[in-house]
Write a protein that binds this ligand. Structure first.
Ligand code: HEM
Length: 469
């Protein structure tokens, strides 16, 4: 991160308390369809920091680029950890607050306090072999992801060498989940059922609650198995780096890994594919890609469309001026990378043709001590997937105009709901035949990983194949 805040920010605060401001709801229909407009309205009305209502709970949303850095780079002044939240301590956060369950899981992304530094250190250590390209684990992961990408493309191409597909459901979403399953070292296809449950949780449909319960049981079983018999996988490396983690604590960290990998990496792949197909933005993307610069394209994509749009809350350690307000000790503060990227202070420097177009000063991976420890891992998985798409399809076009693609938003993320395309396989790509029959549950696993995955995930994906064009 190359930007640092050096100036003092002046406060014009009138000292109003967050709970007395009766802020407007953030998560409206406009937020779902045109979030940029919502951020701009808030910026006009309140300046770089705005009070908002998050499903019935007031919070500060940081819209300014400079103010975002100010918060992110000062972990002591703006610590995480729900125990720092005054309204929660005072019993003013409703027990049935919809965001409660995802924030109350006390894993590394959410927590502050004395246990955090050691846990973060363990994450860094455990991720290293998988994201340092010199390590055999990283090489194996990349090769596995490339293989999974071919399996998925081969499967969707069962609809024909030319045809229609939803590249989100049939590629971008399953690919990172398969990578996560590899990282987690699931024995057999047990992992696939967990992946399907992760989807149900993320989609927050009627079956989300039982799916979450099943998923946590599966991850606890996995954590216990890795404690008993460590392997060359992320849970075992995390345990080696932090042997004091209980099975429960380890399961929570694995849940975090699965959630981050499945949703955010999938979004990154889809957004990059759209950029490649449509040349949205500044054009010249195909050329850049064919020059092997998938990474650079992804960097521009996350700048324009960060997958994680709002970060989980931090809390003011003391009364602190920020933007035009004073944030009182214990108030929750949500940094919005999406809004910060639209701040003229930042966006003005990122105009097409400007020399700083490829600046990495964006906030898509966070900033400061708590920025994403898995940036390289996530980028590697996404880049391997996008590269395979470019290689395996001779022609790919959006089946809808780019401005009509359907988006889905949550308070934390924004990504495509689906990515409908018309495709033609490249002349040289011959998909491997996929066995037609899925073995019944409980049948011993075949050794071939392609056959091994004929499970719930595979049955789901097979159901999506569209025949004809
Ligand atoms: C495209 C994919 C991803 C994006 C855009 C992304 C983005 C981010 C961002 C913005 C943060 C900082 C949040 C904050 O400051 O509150 C973060 C933190 C984190 N990310 Fe990622 N992430 C991605 C993938 C992953 C993956 C795949 C993993 C795990 C394998 C991961 C693990 C973490 C962890 C553990 C933290 C918490 C770090 C801390 O609080 O010390 N991320 N990520």
């Amino acid at each position: 991160m190359e930007f640092h805040v050096v100036d003092e920010v002046e406060s014009t605060s009138d000292g109003a308390r967050l709970e007395d401001l009766a802020p407007e709801p953030l998560l409206t229909r406009d937020y779902e369809t045109r979030p940029a407009l919502v951020y701009e309205r808030l910026r006009e009305r309140h300046g770089p920091v705005a009070p908002v209502d998050l499903l019935g709970v007031p919070a500060w949303l940081v819209l300014g680029y400079r103010e975002s850095l100010q918060v992110l780079q000062d972990d002591a002044g703006w610590p995480k950890g729900l125990e720092n939240w005054r309204a929660r301590t005072e019993g003013r956060v409703p027990a049935d607050w919809p965001l409660g369950p995802s924030l109350e899981v006390n894993h590394v992304l959410i927590q502050g306090g004395p246990g955090y530094p050691r846990l973060r250190g363990a994450w860094d250590t455990a991720l290293r072999p998988f994201q340092d390209p010199r390590h055999p684990q990283a090489k194996r992961l990349k090769a596995a992801v490339t293989g999974y990408a071919d399996e998925l493309i081969g499967l969707l191409a069962q609809g024909g060498r030319t045809g229609n597909a939803d590249l989100s459901a049939q590629f971008s979403r399953p690919l990172p989940l398969m990578a996560a399953s590899h990282l987690l070292g699931f024995p057999g296809s047990q992992g696939d059922d967990a992946l399907m449950d992760m989807w149900r949780v993320l989609d927050a449909g009627p079956d989300a609650e039982p799916a979450l319960a099943r998923l946590l049981v599966t991850l606890s079983e996995l954590a216990a198995a890795k404690r008993e018999k460590p392997g060359d996988d992320f849970p075992s490396h995390l345990l080696a780096a932090h042997p004091d983690l209980t099975v429960d604590e380890l399961a929570r960290e694995l849940f975090m890994l699965l959630g981050m990998t499945s949703d955010h990496v999938g979004i990154l792949i889809s957004n990059t594919v759209v950029e490649v197909i449509s040349g949205e933005g500044d054009g010249g993307v195909r050329q850049t890609l064919s020059a092997g610069m998938v990474r650079e394209t992804m960097n521009r994509v996350v700048m324009r469309k960060p997958p994680l749009v709002n970060f989980v809350p931090r809390f003011a350690a003391a009364d602190t001026p920020l933007g035009d307000y004073t944030i009182h000790a214990g108030d929750p503060v949500w940094v919005s990378s999406a809004a910060a990227h639209a701040d003229p202070l930042f966006a003005g420097q990122m105009t097409p043709g400007s020399s700083s177009i490829s600046s990495r000063a964006h906030l898509a991976w966070g900033a400061g001590p708590r920025q994403c420890p898995a940036r390289e891992l996530a980028s590697t998985i996404a880049a391997a997937g996008v590269s395979r798409i470019v290689e395996r399809f001779g022609h790919l076009e959006l089946a809808l105009p780019v401005d009509q693609l359907p988006w889905r938003s949550s308070p934390f993320m924004r990504g495509l709901r689906s990515l409908p395309v018309r495709y033609e396989l490249s002349g040289t790509f011959v998909p491997r035949p996929v066995p037609a029959e899925a073995p019944a549950d409980g049948v011993p696993e075949a050794q071939d990983p392609a056959v091994k995955r004929r499970s719930s995930l595979w049955r789901y994906l097979t159901g999506l194949i569209r025949s004809g064009d």
